[in-house]
Design a protein around this ligand. Structure first.
Ligand SMILES: [Zn+2]
Length: 116
C-alpha cells in the first residue's frame, strides 16, 4: 500500500523557503545551525577524545615488577607491588627490582664425566 505524496507539506515548506519573512529566515537559520552542528560535532568530539587520551596516558604509571598500567593507586592491582615506595626512590634502595639487561649471572661449569 503506497502512501500518498504529501504535496501540502512540500508546498508549505517551499513557501516558507521562498517567501521573504521572519518565518522563512527562522527556518533557514534552524537548518543552517543543525547542519553546522552535525558537521562540527564529530570534529569536536575527536579533538576532545584525543586530549582526554593524552591526559590519561600521562597519568598512567607502569608497575616496575609486572608492567601493569594503573593510575592513582599506591598498590599494583595485578601483583600487589608497592607503587608508592618505588615512585619515590629512583634507583637507590631497590633490592628486589633491578634492570635485567645489566645483571650478570655466574654459572659454575662442572664436568659431567669426572663427577661419576
Ligand atoms: Zn604489578
Amino acid at each position: 500500500m503506497q502512501r500518498p505524496i504529501p504535496w501540502v507539506w512540500i508546498a508549505l515548506a517551499g513557501l516558507l523557503l521562498l517567501a521573504p519573512g521572519t518565518v522563512g529566515r527562522l527556518f533557514l537559520d534552524l537548518a543552517e545551525g543543525l547542519t553546522l552542528l552535525l558537521l562540527v560535532l564529530p570534529v569536536l568530539l575527536g579533538v576532545g577524545g584525543f586530549v582526554a587520551w593524552q591526559l590519561l596516558q600521562r597519568r598512567l604509571q607502569p608497575c616496575p615488577a609486572c608492567g601493569f598500567l594503573s593510575a592513582g593507586l599506591d598498590v599494583c592491582p595485578a601483583c600487589g607491588c608497592d607503587l608508592a615506595k618505588t615512585k619515590g626512590s629512583s634507583s637507590a634502595g631497590r633490592t628486589e627490582i633491578f634492570d635485567a639487561s645489566t645483571a650478570t649471572v655466574d654459572v659454575e661449569a662442572v664436568d659431567v664425566d669426572q663427577s661419576t
